[in-house]
Design a protein around this ligand. Structure first.
Ligand code: DQA
Length: 137
């Protein structure tokens, strides 16, 4: 099975960015670790700080499932919400932090109405939970 991991703006800085919120481990190294745990899964990764590139990637993705952390675009991007609604591949929304414990503007997601489910607040381990759910879907 192939899973596409799609990470949006500033997620390339995880490990260095606000470590009290996002932890000290780099996302790429965590995904390397996950890939070695789930040898039966083919991992494809895409990170971009550019909204349109994320839209294009989602439109063109060829995978059994997409694990999507759209970062701040989650709360602002109708275009990303529309892209998620447009594709038939199951999408699992992940947030490292618990967005519901944070600022009010983080409590709305344009992505959430169109995904199979959302995992939020379990740190990088949320990506592992998403793999398990992607395999189960
Ligand atoms: C985030 C939460 C968003 O509100 C924030 O803008 C991010 C990361 C998370 O993984 O917790 O960039 O998606």
């Amino acid at each position: 099975m192939k899973i596409a991991f799609v990470n949006g703006p500033n997620l390339n800085l995880v490990g260095r960015r606000e470590p009290e919120i996002y932890g000290r481990q780099n996302l790429e190294s965590f995904l390397d670790q996950l890939a070695s745990e789930f040898k039966e899964v083919q991992f494809e990764r895409f990170q971009s700080n550019v909204e349109g590139e994320l839209v294009r990637y989602i439109q063109e993705a060829e995978a059994g499932a997409i694990v999507l952390n759209a970062g701040a675009y989650t709360h602002t991007s109708i275009a990303l919400g529309d892209a998620v609604a447009a594709v038939t591949i199951p999408i699992i929304e992940v947030h490292i932090s618990n967005v519901y414990k944070r600022e009010v503007f983080r409590q709305h997601s344009y992505i959430a109405p169109h995904v199979a489910g959302t995992i939020t607040g379990f740190g990088l381990a949320g990506y592992r939970l998403a793999v398990l759910m992607a395999m189960a879907l």
